[in-house]
Design a protein around this ligand. Structure first.
Ligand SMILES: [Zn+2]
Length: 277
């Protein structure tokens, strides 16, 4: 499942290819995604120019002229490929649901086998979009600091893993980067919100930003040649420290612990109880 750094990388990839270009055709092959694609979507985006590309949580935003925003959510298995028209004729692949072509010869293909993703438009201010109404702050924004987190959790009886996965508190953090951030901060994911100090919260925030930024930086390096190869954007094998490493020795220097996996609030959580207290 793509998480925030992957979406940010997709955003950068799209920005590099279609920013400033006009959508000249839209082909939709399946409309029954997680939410059905609106009948007039093609009409709303056709002949509009991409004035900016944005991201909110895991939503990709194409800011078009006339105050239209195209929203793309990749769900569990969605992917975007970039192709050049001059390449040999594109053969439609299974699960290609949407193809948009642009006046600079680029086309973007949205493929999603599980169809948990969706495509919508927003008319007017994107901040008023109903799916953003109860969404928490961005983890990489200045607003997300130790004090914010501490205020939100100091009365909570929930464990840290669930708290950090709560999209109303902070948006876009998922299973992978919550495990990574807590490992980095040496704090155990089973600890309860109300038992955390302000200093603990500051540590978590610093680590969260650090692991996200590192992953985004790493993802960015994979973007270099994607225009030439016409491949997918934004998927990369990031070097994770703890996620998916159960049974392996802890990566922390001098720690003799082993990475454990446990299910917390229904989700796999990876941590080292030797160095994460
Ligand atoms: Zn350890």
């Amino acid at each position: 499942m793509p998480e925030l750094p992957e979406i940010e990388t997709v955003k950068l990839g799209i920005e590099k290819t279609v920013l400033g270009s006009v959508i000249i055709s839209t082909k939709i092959f399946r409309r029954d995604l997680r939410f059905p694609i609106n009948d007039n979507l093609e009409k709303l985006i056709l002949n509009k120019r991409v004035l900016g590309i944005g991201r909110r949580s895991k939503y990709l935003l194409f800011f078009l002229n006339k105050k239209t925003t195209l929203v793309l959510h990749l769900g569990m298995s969605g992917k975007i490929s970039v192709r050049l028209k001059s390449e040999c004729e594109y053969t439609l692949k299974k699960h290609d649901h949407l193809i948009m072509s642009f006046d600079n010869g680029i086309f973007l293909i949205y493929n999603d086998p599980r169809r948990f993703g969706f495509v919508e438009t927003i008319e007017g201010n994107y901040k008023d979009y109903r799916r953003f109404r109860y969404m928490g702050i961005e983890p990489l924004s200045k607003k997300f600091d130790g004090k914010y987190l501490w205020n939100k959790i100091k009365k909570s009886s929930r464990n840290l893993k669930s708290i950090l996965m709560d999209q109303k508190l902070v948006a876009g953090l998922g299973n992978i980067y919550v495990s990574e951030a807590l490992w980095d901060s040496q704090i155990n994911p089973t600890r309860i919100g109300k038992n955390m100090s302000l200093i603990d919260c500051q540590k978590i925030v610093v680590s969260t930003k650090k692991v996200l930024k590192k992953a985004i930086k790493f993802g960015g390096t994979t973007l270099k040649d994607f225009r030439q190869i016409g491949g997918e954007v934004g998927y990369f094998q990031n070097k994770l420290q703890v996620y998916g490493k159960e049974g392996q020795s802890c990566f922390r220097r001098k720690c003799k612990g082993t990475v454990e996996k446990s299910i917390i609030s229904g989700r796999s959580t990876f941590y080292c109880s030797t160095c994460q207290k």
